[in-house]
Design a protein around this ligand. Structure first.
Ligand code: SAH
Length: 339
């Protein structure tokens, strides 16, 4: 049965026309699903009984079951959801003073093979559909009785390797008649799939693009991230410049600092040279050590020195606050789960 959450508003209108209904019904259904967050078609009381029945027969509402919920001492909550086909995914809710931020997964497993990330190493199962990505958010809102204000596509998976579903989910999350989260409160993170960075620049969505950079020369970056063999740094930076020119949006570069690997002065200098003059921001992440991982966390002192060097040389850099590491919910700690 088709998941009704897989359709954006335009598609749902077409879908309703195809079953002999008026397109404005799509807006009513959208409101029930995304604003009232109902879990059954029976609750859609401004639709006729006949239409509700038709919807029940043709579509599912894809309501995830919560398999596990872990709460960190800092308030971060990690959910394990049963995605209804024998697989499970993780989603992380973070509480900030400005509101709730949700880190969503986009794939069951990941193909990118980054050496420092726990999502690597377990076989890739499949892409999540756009409706499943959106349901991650709705399921957390139902469970906590909250409204989420920021969404980051930084969970398991490579968002730009599941391009169409990710873009569709952003349209639903961003639509004022859908979940209604402003594009500036949505961030998509990529390991650097260059052709899809060019595509995203053309979508007319004002979301923030984050690039997982982690090194400034090809040899080092390739040793950490195999994707760099396909799309080396020069091509990646060229695509980023195109994204900035087309969208006028600042790019966020993520740089996870690993001791004696990419955290010395030469690396900081390389970063300044690479990013000088670009409309961007650097997010420094103390690397989280994963099981059997080759990389150790850089010292606090070193991380601060690295940040200060960047700031003193014209690159805006901040250190990302670590959340949820005691429940394996921090950057790079999410893994694919089997039921
Ligand atoms: N595939 C996308 C989305 C994952 S986002 C991407 O690569 O951008 C998760 C972020 O956490 C990425 O910047 C990723 O590089 C970073 N990350 C992965 N493993 C990490 C680790 N062990 N410590 C710190 N950051 C890590």
């Amino acid at each position: 049965m088709n998941n009704i959450k897989d359709y954006n508003l335009e598609e749902l209108k077409q879908e309703l026309i195809s079953i002999g209904e008026k397109p404005f019904r799509a807006e009513q259904i959208f409101k029930w699903i995304y604003q009232d967050n109902v879990t059954s078609f029976d609750e859609m009381t401004n639709l006729s009984l006949e239409l509700r029945e038709k919807l029940k027969q043709n579509y599912s509402l894809c309501i995830f079951n919560i398999l596990r919920k872990q709460e960190s001492s800092d308030g971060t909550i990690k959910y394990l959801f049963d995605v209804l086909d024998g697989n499970a995914i993780e989603t992380v809710l973070m509480k900030y003073h400005h509101g709730y931020s949700l880190c969503v997964s986009t794939q069951i497993g990941c193909k990118m093979g980054c050496k420092f990330c726990a999502s690597t190493g377990i076989a890739f199962a499949r892409n999540l559909t756009s409706g499943e990505i959106v349901e991650e958010l709705l399921a957390v809102e139902r469970d906590q009785n909250i409204k989420i204000s920021n969404v980051v596509y930084m969970g398991i998976g490579e968002p730009l390797d599941n391009y169409d579903n990710v873009v569709n989910s952003i349209r639903i999350i961003n639509n004022p008649k859908g979940i209604n989260i402003g594009a500036r409160h949505i961030s998509v993170s990529t390991s650097g799939l260059v052709p899809n960075i060019y595509r995203l620049a053309e979508e007319n969505i004002q979301c923030t693009l984050s690039i997982s950079l982690h090194a400034t020369n090809n040899e080092k970056r390739s040793s950490m991230m195999p994707v760099n063999n396909r799309y080396p740094i020069e091509e990646l930076i060229k695509a980023c410049k195109d994204y900035i020119a087309k969208t006028n949006r600042r790019i966020s570069f993520e740089y996870a600092l690993a001791k004696d690997n990419n955290d010395n002065l030469e690396d900081a200098k390389g970063l300044v040279k690479l990013l000088k003059g670009m409309l961007c921001h650097v997010n420094l992440i103390p690397i989280n050590k994963i099981e059997n991982g080759a990389f150790d966390k850089s010292s606090n002192e070193n991380i601060i020195k690295f940040r200060d060097y960047l700031n003193e040389h014209g690159i805006v850099a901040t250190i990302r606050r670590e959340l949820g590491s005691d429940i394996d919910a921090a950057c790079g700690q999410l893994r694919r789960k089997n039921l």
